[in-house]
Design a protein around this ligand. Sequence first.
Ligand SMILES: C=CC1=C(C)c2cc3[nH]c(cc4nc(cc5[nH]c(cc1n2)c(C)c5CCC(=O)O)C(CCC(=O)O)=C4C)c(C)c3C=C
Ligand code: FE2
Ligand code: FE2
Length: 348
Amino acid sequence: MRKQGVLLVNLGTPDSPSVSDVRKYLDEFLMDERVIDINPVNRTLLVKGIIVPFRGPKSAKIYKEVWTENGSPLLYYSIRQKEMLQDKLGNKYAVELAMRYQSPSLKTALESLKKLQVESIRVVPMFPQYASASTGSVIQKIMELVSKWQTIPNISFVNSFHDNDGMIEVFAENARKYQPETFDHILFSFHGLPERQLTKADHSGKYCLQTPNCCARLNDVNRFCYSAQSHDTARLIAEKLNLPKEKYTVCFQSRLGNSPWKKPYTIEVLEDLAKKGAKRLLVFSPAFVADCLETNFEISREYHEEFRNWGGEKVQLVESLNDHPKWIEALAGIVLGEPIDRILQPSE
Ligand SMILES: C=CC1=C(C)c2cc3[nH]c(cc4nc(cc5[nH]c(cc1n2)c(C)c5CCC(=O)O)C(CCC(=O)O)=C4C)c(C)c3C=C
Ligand SMILES: [Fe+2]
Ligand SMILES: [Fe+2]
């Protein structure tokens, strides 16, 4: 009997923390028209002329700090997730892993599924919240590659899973051991996005970023908005932990370049809280399903140190979903297309 194919796709990471591998990675990643969405000439000048030569060595230094004996944490946990999902789904399924940039490549993973002549392919971009720069880019690239095949199997894409109950529960469970109620404040720090990418994604053209809290609540107008989905993920985790609204803040990290990105910036929230006297902060990073440079370095190291400089004591990261067995169970539900039964709030 033919198998059902499953393809997990995460962002990608350099092959090694050497300057040349980090430059190769940044080049492929940032030349993507969905990531740096400006005109191609300016993108080429910016990426190849400035970011890759100058940021490359700085990023390589950071990658060296997060690199472990198992390599890049993002790749290590992605492989674990693939292996554990294969065990969970059994031999009627063939599970492959790919990275959007660098290795293992999408081309190789798709070729493996093609060789097996799988009945269907279910693609899961491993980003809980939809963004054109992450999920959109994965879907576009796969469609480009598969469009050249003679026989194209049934193929389906998971667009987002920001409200998946199993995923929400694992984030909450990972937090419980730190006793969230003992912290001065909780942050839900999502990967940032340029504001223009949020407004471009607003098909009504008159909703996102128009009023101060337009996307602090998910509704039927902003249902594909990265910010609105991020707020929804945060709200659901907070509800699981019985956190009152005033006890937590949704914020956005990792800004690149000078254009405005989605606010509030995590670093500014940290400074503000420290100056108001907060000492201990618990930080979730629910845009990722695996720990990576952004969590292990930017939050655990950089933000912790900055917060201490402003008079705080501790920034405690809640670890990501990584290889938690309940996350793999939730992932199996996402692959098998569990029904989405939550009713969206009417637009405000
Ligand atoms: C939620 C998923 C991600 C979105 C959306 C995203 C957008 C985005 N990122 C950059 C620039 C950089 N991101 C970097 C690292 C990085 N980004 C994500 C995820 C998303 N990025 C992950 C998982 C990682 C970590 C990878 C790892 O190896 O651990 C980096 C590289 C690190 C550095 O030099 O700081 C850059 C650069 C832009 C411009 C962008 C635009 C929408
Ligand atoms: Fe990024
Ligand atoms: Fe929005």
